[in-house]
Design a protein around this ligand. Structure first.
Ligand SMILES: [Zn+2]
Length: 151
């Protein structure tokens, strides 16, 4: 199903295209987050399997802060340190990307409601009864999965 954007007024088609772009951005962001969730889980499971090493290290690090005499410090391997850093980094990344996803979703929904509200005025370049509006609503729903009927 193709849609001829030229028959719509400039504003209507610009808003529609922007809506599709935002929708794609949201889908991309969700896919990216799903991949990030997966790898975060993998790292987390690795750390769980080596939790004794981490706890030994943290306990003695804590102990060292309050004592002058330094007991022998258990060694946390470079790879274990790297995995802990990675987990921290991934959690921060998830936080940041979830925040942008939320902003994108809000932007998308505000624009979607704006389109619904303005769909009855100055929609296309035809004067009398045409099917532009219905074609547009159907195209957006069937091809793009964007609902322009219900708020
Ligand atoms: Zn029309």
């Amino acid at each position: 199903m193709t849609f001829n954007w030229n028959r719509l007024t400039v504003t209507v088609s610009a808003k529609g295209k922007k809506l599709i772009k935002l929708d794609n951005d949201i889908k991309e962001k969700r896919n990216f987050l799903n991949i990030t969730y997966f790898w975060t889980l993998v790292i987390f499971i690795y750390i769980l399997f080596h939790i004794d090493d981490y706890i030994d290290y943290l306990v003695s690090a804590f102990y060292n802060m309050f004592t002058i005499t330094t007991p022998s410090m258990p060694n946390l391997s470079l790879f274990n340190r790297f995995m802990a850093f990675l987990l921290f980094f991934f959690v921060l990344a998830i936080y940041w990307h979830l925040n942008t996803l939320k902003k994108l979703e809000k932007k998308f929904n505000d624009l979607r409601i704006n389109v619904i509200d303005s769909i009855n005025s100055g929609f296309c370049y035809h004067n009398n009864s045409c099917t532009c509006k219905d074609d547009y609503i159907l195209f957006m729903r069937k091809e793009k999965g964007i609902d322009l009927i219900f708020k």
